[in-house]
Design a protein around this ligand. Structure first.
Ligand SMILES: C[C@H](O)[C@H](O)[C@H]1CNC2=NC(N)=NC(=O)C2=N1
Length: 110
């Protein structure tokens, strides 16, 4: 089963460190930093940036897993971590990262 086929679950545990490399390989472009995976996305204009931010927000609500979003004119940095795992990475973070990548790939005109 791929990450795209899965859903975030409430209270997902922190992943063991040795599980992380294989998951990172499934979300190229995401960088691990201190219990967070993050990726910067770029856009043609502000409208496209904000459309992506809204799509991520809807996805986050549906998954009940909420990444931090840092928004600029034609950029958005998405950072995923799991609060309930004490600020560590859980499978939820990789599921959301994969789904956010799919949103980005499917945006209009991509
Ligand atoms: C009760 C509810 O499941 C939790 O508060 C959810 C909501 N969104 C969340 N988002 C993130 N990033 N981590 C969490 O642990 C988390 N927990």
């Amino acid at each position: 089963m791929t990450l795209l086929d899965q859903h975030s679950v409430h209270g997902a545990p922190a992943l063991p460190a040795d599980a992380i490399p294989a998951l990172l390989a499934q979300v190229p472009g995401w960088q691990p930093v201190d219990g967070v995976i993050a990726r910067e996305f770029t856009f043609r204009d502000y409208r496209e940036t904000i459309a992506f931010v809204n799509a991520v927000a809807w996805l986050a609500e549906g998954e009940n897993h909420h990444p931090d979003l840092t928004v600029a004119y034609r950029r958005c940095t998405v950072a995923c971590t799991t609060h309930s795992a004490g600020g560590a990475l859980s499978l939820n973070d990789f599921i959301c990262a994969a789904k956010i990548d799919a949103l980005y790939a499917q945006r209009a005109g991509a």
